[in-house]
Design a protein around this ligand. Structure first.
Ligand SMILES: CC(C)(COP(=O)(O)OP(=O)(O)OC[C@H]1O[C@@H](n2cnc3c(N)ncnc32)[C@H](O)[C@@H]1OP(=O)(O)O)[C@@H](O)C(=O)NCCC(=O)NCCS
Length: 129
């Protein structure tokens, strides 16, 4: 069963500005070390950063708690497998919320172009509640 879905569209220019104005602060708040390493290895890294930003936003929408739950950006990590397929790894409070809601699987799809990055998250559950 599907527990929830979330979608986000992020303007690359918005992320580019953040990276230009205060990269250290922005990256430290939003991205994990592994995510930063991945993005920095790419040619147009703002696209990859924006895609991860979109993925985190999409996750927050899928779980449906909004900002009230005070989830941290870095508790939602995007990790690509050996074929490049992205997935989500959860830590701390984000992980607890998922467990509490009996979400058993998380699907993530990402796309980015020159101007926009987008991400869709699907949360699956075996529970009928
Ligand atoms: C993986 C693929 C779908 C990416 O599509 P794209 O149009 O180049 O790029 P997009 O911006 O839409 O998507 C990029 C994202 O795809 C995701 N992606 C990469 N490999 C993936 C895979 N194996 N499975 C699922 N998603 C994948 C990544 O999240 C990537 O973004 P990231 O590097 O920031 O994480 C494409 O390169 C591909 O390999 N297609 C396979 C089919 C094929 O080879 N067709 C050619 C013959 S017709």
């Amino acid at each position: 069963m599907i527990f929830g879905i979330g979608i986000d569209l992020t303007e690359i220019d918005r992320i580019k500005n953040e990276l230009k104005e205060h990269k250290d602060r922005f990256c430290k708040m939003v991205f994990t070390e592994k995510e930063i390493k991945y993005c920095e290895s790419k040619k147009n890294s703002a696209e990859n950063y924006a895609a991860r930003f979109a993925a985190k936003e999409a996750f927050f929408k899928a779980i449906g708690t909004g900002w009230g739950a005070k989830l941290k950006w870095k508790d939602v990590e995007v990790k690509n497998d050996e074929l490049g397929k992205p997935g989500i790894i959860l830590k701390n409070k984000a992980r607890k919320i998922i467990e509490k809601n009996e979400v058993t699987n998380i699907q993530l799809s990402i796309s980015h172009s020159k101007n926009y990055a987008t991400a869709v998250v699907v949360l699956e559950t075996n529970s009928n509640n």
